[in-house]
Design a protein around this ligand. Structure first.
Ligand code: ARG
Ligand code: ZN
Length: 505
């Protein structure tokens, strides 16, 4: 459709008094010299991840999220397990295309006000697809069946490619207990004493408007206001001491290292703030442990957390310098049943075992500094973190990596177990046990194939090359072909893509 045709159609619509109009070109004016192509387009509703088609968004790049969140946990039982959250998200982004509209992801929260570069946008009900909307506006779609939770922004004036934008979104709602595609608990998961916030892979949209995919990493700052006596633990380092006024306390955090959205946290609970410790290389370690965990869990947790400085030293010797400016753990009594490697500050439910602490720490290099470009590359996260615990156990005389490999490889297992291709496990298989142990087995087999020297040089090259970014299995293979001088096509084909037990190298 040409520019003049578009104009004619708009003119007609106005003449007959139609306010909104379905237009095939999608609301666009043509670029000069390219009459067939609309210049201003709508940013896509996803980044193109085939497991999560509505995760992340196209047409822009976020540099910073500033999240001011006010949260009130549930009243004591038998009151419902629901909290009240109200937030102001200040989002700095840059348009990467000429934009008529763009989207953020937001699930279960309602936006009440928005400004784009200081100009107020109006909240409206979603217009028909392709329909014109007058002026600056925003609207929300909440489609649970499709897992399509979108906040659309129509900025006016339209955005030019390269333009910087500050978006201020005022939002809020009742917090519940969201679940992921497998029905596992995640997101802003309401607990009786606060919330445990673990959002892999796409749960950050349950607590702030976000381009919820690892491909758009950003820095963060947090100001979390909670009832006096509660502690809010987010990523990075405390930005000054907590401030109390009128019975409410604000905890401020600054996360200066770019992070993927699934690695954000802001857990709220009755935490004890432990004394800060340091790795040999000077990484500050801030730990938080729920005051209510049992004495035996507390003992296990204390023993594991005490190992963190030594674990950082050890993994630095294998993976290269610790990639961020802080570390530390938050251990919550209320259980989601798994831990998460939230950036600089892993979250544990129930207690923290030595193996799990090693696993979540190793993710800081492998998963967090280097993140999967698409979710199907998840084995690069979980295989490495699992293998890192094999290395830690080997270093500490607990068990050699070879013995760990053998005890995984030797026992008879079902054909179904071997059938899962961990290089593309499907959205329901993201956290399947095979992704973890066949993933670690793949890395050990790689080590046997290329030798120790190339194996450890390879992981350092991998982390250095893709830190603060994302990468794929193909990128990983390329690094190992480079450091080893070997063609590894057949190796990775057999270990990652073949639905059968791989043979020993
Ligand atoms: N990455 C976490 C770990 O291995 C597991 C996350 C599980 N997430 C989920 N939505 N089920 O430590
Ligand atoms: Zn993991």
């Amino acid at each position: 459709m040409t520019a003049s045709r578009t104009t004619v159609v708009r003119g007609l619509a106005t003449a007959v008094g139609i306010v909104s109009l379905v237009s095939v070109t999608g609301l666009a004016t043509a670029a000069p010299g390219d009459p067939g192509k609309p210049r201003f387009t709508a940013g896509s509703e996803g980044v193109g991840d085939n497991y999560f088609p509505y995760s992340g968004n196209g047409g822009y790049d976020v540099s910073h999220y500033d999240l001011a969140i006010d949260y009130t946990p549930p009243a004591p039982s038998p009151a419902p397990l629901e909290g009240q959250l109200s937030g102001v998200a200040t989002i700095d982004l840059t348009a990467t295309a000429d934009l008529d509209r763009f989207n953020l992801d937001l699930r279960g929260m309602t936006v009440s006000a928005m400004t784009v570069n200081g100009k107020r946008a109006t909240g409206i009900t979603p217009p028909a697809p392709g329909a014109e909307v007058d002026g600056a506006a925003y609207w929300q779609v909440q489609d649970d069946a499709e897992r399509r939770w979108e906040l659309t922004v129509q900025p006016r004036p339209k955005l030019k490619k390269g333009q910087s934008v500050r978006l201020v979104v005022t939002y809020g709602g009742t917090t519940t207990r969201p679940t992921d595609i497998e029905q596992a608990p995640y997101g802003w998961y309401t607990t009786r004493d606060g919330a445990i916030v673990v959002s892999e892979p796409d749960g950050s949209m349950t607590w702030y408007p976000v381009s919820d995919h690892p491909r758009d990493k950003a820095t963060y700052s947090f100001r979390i206001t909670v009832p006096e006596g509660k502690v809010a633990v987010a990523n990075g380092l405390p930005d000054g001491p907590p401030v109390t006024a009128n019975g409410r306390t604000t905890w401020s955090w600054d996360a200066v290292d770019e992070q993927a959205s699934y690695l954000t946290t802001a857990s709220v609970g009755d935490f004890e703030v432990l004394p800060v410790t340091y790795s040999a290389s000077g990484v500050p370690i801030h730990d938080f442990v729920d005051r209510k965990i049992s004495a035996s869990r507390r003992a296990t947790t204390n023993a594991s957390l005490a190992l963190q400085p030594r674990m950082i030293d050890f993994f630095e010797s294998r993976f290269g310098p610790y990639p961020f400016s802080a570390f530390g753990s938050s251990v919550d009594n209320d259980s989601v049943g798994y831990a998460l490697e939230t950036q600089t500050r892993p979250v544990y439910s129930g207690s923290a075992s030595q193996g799990t602490v090693a696993h979540e720490l190793a993710h800081q290099w492998l998963g967090n500094a280097v993140s999967p470009k698409d979710w199907k590359h998840i084995w690069l996260n979980e295989g490495w973190a699992t293998y890192a615990t094999w290395l830690w156990n080997e270093e500490n005389g607990i068990r050699t990596a070879q013995a760990a490999f053998d005890s995984w490889y030797a026992p008879a297992r079902t054909p179904e177990y071997w059938a899962l291709p961990i290089g593309d496990p499907g959205p329901m298989g993201l956290f399947a046990t095979q992704v973890y142990d066949r993933g670690a087995g793949t890395l050990h087999a790689l080590r046997l194939t290329v030798g120790d020297e190339a194996f450890f040089e390879g992981v350092q090259t991998w982390v250095q090359r893709y830190a603060d970014s994302t990468a794929t299995t193909a990128d990983f293979q390329a690094v190992y072909e480079e450091v080893s001088g070997q063609d590894l096509d057949a190796f990775f084909q057999e270990w990652l893509a073949t639905p059968a037990k791989p043979s020993l190298p």
